[in-house]
Design a binder for this molecule. Structure first.
Ligand SMILES: [Zn+2]
Length: 266
């Protein structure tokens, strides 16, 4: 008995990928990859809410990830982000991250859009990801917005801006804040102009990232969704659902798309 939902294909990494996806991938003038929390989870990085454990279990997102929370208690908010930064620094990019970096190196026009803030794509070799939600590894002046990627960590509380002495805050998008305009514009432009759009490890429920695959599909791109579950995913004639982990499916997709290229072991 087939337990898969109608319209979705279950494929293991050993089975063939849809031929039109492989053909379009090889001949693509432009490929866009969108990633979400699922690919980070494969590196052991908890989601924002899953990180609210132990000492942090008593807090709500509103206590830790809003501009008001930072104004009220900058030391608390900073220590939450310091803890999460330490988690991601200890984590390692996984084969999914590395496959995306290899894909970039094989294509002339490639855009990686990520909702993740852990910096693992850059560590895997991706050169210029569009970070829709910012990065845990950067801070910015809470007054002037100047972005820094290194700072002296004080014993307590957030560090201060070297120019104006205001507090530095994490360079991430907090609840109630809008996404960085430049990043969102790059993401929309690339999605509307690509031939192949891969959505990886995201349930595609959170706007505005949720609309990017459909922006691509409506402009004629082939869309493939790589995710262990189809929950929340919209189906469509041009959308391939590849059920599984990014770390297994993406290296296999590259090997299938470029069989003549050496595929470094993952
Ligand atoms: Zn400043």
């Amino acid at each position: 008995m087939d337990l898969e939902p109608m319209g979705f294909e279950k494929r293991s990494s050993r089975e063939r990928f849809p031929t039109d996806l492989l053909a379009r991938l090889r001949d693509a003038r432009r490929v866009v990859v969108l990633t979400g929390a699922g690919i980070s989870a494969e590196s052991g990085i908890p989601t924002f809410r899953d990180a609210l454990t132990g000492l942090w279990a008593q807090y709500r997102a509103e206590d830790l990830a809003t501009p008001e929370a930072f104004e009220r208690n900058p030391a608390l908010v900073w220590s939450w982000y310091r803890m999460r930064r330490e988690l991601v620094v200890r984590a390692e990019p996984n084969p999914g991250h590395r496959a995306i970096a290899r894909l970039e190196s094989r294509l002339t026009r490639f855009t990686l859009i990520t909702q993740n803030v852990d910096g693992l794509h850059r560590r895997a070799g991706s050169t210029d990801p569009v970070e829709l939600h910012g990065s845990l590894l950067r801070a910015r002046c809470s007054r002037e917005g100047t972005v820094v990627d290194s700072w002296e960590e004080p014993k307590t509380g957030p560090p201060r801006c070297a120019r104006c002495q205001a507090y530095l805050r994490p360079d991430v998008v907090w609840f109630g804040e809008t996404l960085p305009e430049h990043a969102l514009r790059r993401a929309r432009e690339a999605s509307a102009a690509c031939d192949v759009f891969l959505s990886v490890g995201t349930s595609n429920l959170v706007e505005p990232a949720a609309s990017l695959p459909w922006l691509a599909a409506s402009a004629g791109a082939v869309v493939a969704v790589v995710n262990p579950s189809v929950e929340g995913q919209r189906s469509g004639t041009r959308v391939h659902h590849l059920l599984g982990r990014a770390g297994e499916l993406l290296p296999a997709l590259l090997a299938a798309g470029w069989p003549e290229e050496p595929n470094s072991p993952t």
